[in-house]
Write a protein of this length. Sequence first.
Length: 1049
Amino acid sequence: MIRLKLAIIVFILIGTQHVFSQEDNVSGTVTDKSNLPLPGVTVLVKGTTNGALTDFDGNYELQGVSKGDIIVFSYVGMQTVQKIVIDSVQINVVMIPEATDLEQVVVIGYGQSRKKDLTSAISTISGDVLDKQTVTNIDQGIQGLVSGVTVTRSTGRPGGAVSVRIRGTTSVTGSNEPLYIIDGVNVQNSESDSFNFSRFGGTGGQTAISPLSALNPNDIESITVLKDASAAAIYGAQSSNGVVLITTKRGKAGKAKISYETYAGIQTVPKLLDMMNLREFAAYSNEVRQSPSTNLPPAPQFENPNILGDGTNWQREIFRAAPITNHQLSISGGKEKTKFYASANYFDQEGIVINSGLRRFGLRLNLDYKYNEWIKFGHNINLSSSLEQIGLNDSRNGTIINALRQTPNVPVRNPDGTFGSPENGLGNTGALNPIAASEIRNSTLERFKMNGNIYLDLKLANNLKFRTDLGYDYNTAKTQSFFPTYDFGSLSNRLNSSFRAANEGLYYLFKNYLTYTPSIGNHNFDILLGTEAQKTEFQGLSGQRSNFPSNDVPGLNTGDAETSLSESFEGAASLLSYFGRINYDYNSKYLFSASLRYDGSSKFGPNNRWGLFPSVSAAWVVSDEPFMESISSAWSYFKIRAGYGTSGNQDINNFLYLSFLRNQNTALGSGFSLANFNNPNVAWESLISPNLGVELGFLDNNIRLDVDVYRKTSKDFLATRPIPGFLGSLNTLSFIGVNAPVENFGEMINDGIDLTLNTKNITNEKFSWDTNIVFSLYRNEITELSGENDAIIGTLQDEEIIANLTRSEVGQPIGMFYGFVTDGLFRDIDELTGAEPAAIPAESSVDEANGTWLGDVRFKDLNDDGVIDDNDRTFIGNPHPDFTFSMTNNFRYGMFDLSVFLQGTYGNDIYNYTRTYIEGVNRFNANQATSVIDRYSATNTDGSLPRYSDGDKNGNIRVSDRFIEDGSYLRIQSVTLGCTLPKGTFGEKIKFFDQIRVYTTIQNLYTFTNYSGYDPEVGSLNQSALFKGIDFGRYPVPRTMTLGLNVQF
């Protein structure tokens, strides 16, 4: 009986055990936070070998899983997820990125490295961040995202240049733009200027264009910025301004992925200046025409200003609501051996100023082929064609300035449809109708670009690889300008003219290098040794003729042959380099790196043709030490970096160590004369830069803080010294004289701090919020020039005045504003005629009609010699900011995401040159700002602005602190709201869509600033360090509202 009971108990236990151990299959889908499937995720039952990998759609299935088992989901770059099996056989998982990006692979010079193993100041921007921006050029997309990098748009014109400064200014007269490298190929700037359009109605000022305007931003996978010399020195003579490495997207093995993205939007001008309407201008005109300095009767048309309307608002006529559209189609995929990425892009942006715009079409194909375990090869090719309408929109005598000055009584068009002209009213500038001027003068820039590379990778041994790479960059640029005859009332032009130019450039490089990565225990090495040869060939020609029989046939061959002028140029430059680098780490805790590059350039003579550029850096991951374990929960990462390196700059024209001859026409016939003095000892500009950095992580790296302190010392500037006047200069209009030789002299220092703070504020499957703060400051100072009293003067010239606006000298930052200091207005006659009269300009006298009088600007006599002259000029403003900053907040809730990006500068000054026109109070026939209503007069002795003085007898608009303004601003740069619909949202019938994303973006939403001009983001004139922060009717950055769609399947 007992045995029977025991048998029954055992049977029950066995049956129960069978019930509790019953196994089932578990399946599901793994996606990221954007609901995109994640292929290749490791799915493993914890403590067993039972596992699987997700397929291309993120699906998985595990067999033999019991209730209570723990399933572990792991994926590189994502936080590991654990799920307990309860009573469900369907487990879907959303994986989120790791709070730390220390394992991220970063592109560096001629290789890659984990971020944790970096010893230099290197920053990376991922393609995901860039995809959230709708920018014309990718250099605009860098703005505010990298500490130590100051990005300002020199113009809002489509395709216009962007000034990018990595840790300040390093060259006085040469380029300060970084070296851009796309997939290992240097970007060439040979077509980065829109020629001399000012001859026949072109820009007349801001002519630089972005070297990256041919690159499709949607093709970019990542951007790496090499900020300090220890990182950039591997690029030697081309890297003193920093290096920007751009990596484009590549295919991955698996199911082909097709992506189509489009957006469309409207651009508007964010702000208009307050200008006089017709009633206000008529009252102003009547008063100032009767002033002693003009002595004219009032205009009959303005006899009763109060009955007049508003007149023509010229700003509203030249600015428009301009469309912007973009279409991008890409396909990527492949198998284990062959992977590809292909894309096509069409971009069309009309400018917010009439007759300006950019159209661009691009194709890209990136191909990688793995022949076997030892051989891999491939190529990248990018084709781009663009057409840019330059117009008159961004210059000191262009559309914007002329619209501000044109009087409101002149109509845009007459009743018969012809353009309005000064004949329609006596109050006018005598200048051409800005709408007419913009429409009849046609200036375009057409460019074609093909660049890429072909590479071969050989695995010679397990730790030894060889790579050979042939890169190329071919570009053409064609421009044309036509100035027709016209007859608009009292204004006419009887001689039409045409100008055309074309240039062509071919750059190619051939590099070969070995990479050896041995490991001995915890000692790891990465050794690089290579050589590189670069060559640039370029040629161009231009032609000009006048007196065409008709405006409809502007071809040069139809012009008057006797008016023909032509020029041509061609040349070549070469650079041969040898380079090496060794990286060492012990258990990824103690890190060391050293590099050396030896460059030889054809731009320099045999005395200084070769340059050596070494660097060294080291790092210590303190948080990996045993003594940090007790605080590791709060202080999760601590790394100290230090580096020192040298780099160079060879930004001069070719063969300036030689003398050249030029054509010279004389009374005795044509011949040749000396064009310049030679200097066989001309050499590189050089830069030396130490860097100290700290990387900190707190609370499991949910808070990351990176801080770098640096000093950049640049010296041996490539520039010319003043030469005796009797030798003349080719910079004068007479074309008589000899140019000074290029020499090396001077020294300049930039000291600065870079700070980046990243925080993961909230992170879970439903909601996340992260913040990124970037803070940068630098102090620039020239510490040496060629002599004690030497200075470099920045001079701008237009049709009316020559303005020496900036001065660069020892002890001051480069490009400082230099002029007179004002001391209010003369308001008491005793100040001018008393026993001790105030100092007045040397060229003036106390005279109401023809000199200095009550209401004129009082300038300070700084040297107390009783007269105002050039000896009283001093430094009046600093265009360099005290610091720059930005903050990005990213929010995600379910399918919705929101990104808010703020950016700004503090402490920089702007010279508002535009106010010399609209607050000049020196012309009765030009419109003025409404602020001029409060000018000094006999009936308004408390006026804030100077009196009216025809011809400006006292020099009230001379360069002075009167036009210096605070350029600080905080801008809501962009706000993006998106909704991502995952696969299957619309049911099984259209389940072939992997993702549908709809988003809307507003860029340049609002700017908080005290600056009175259109836009406080004033860059550098043609990227020159001598002309930073000068606003002369700058094309404003538009406010852009777009609606976009991204579909992936």
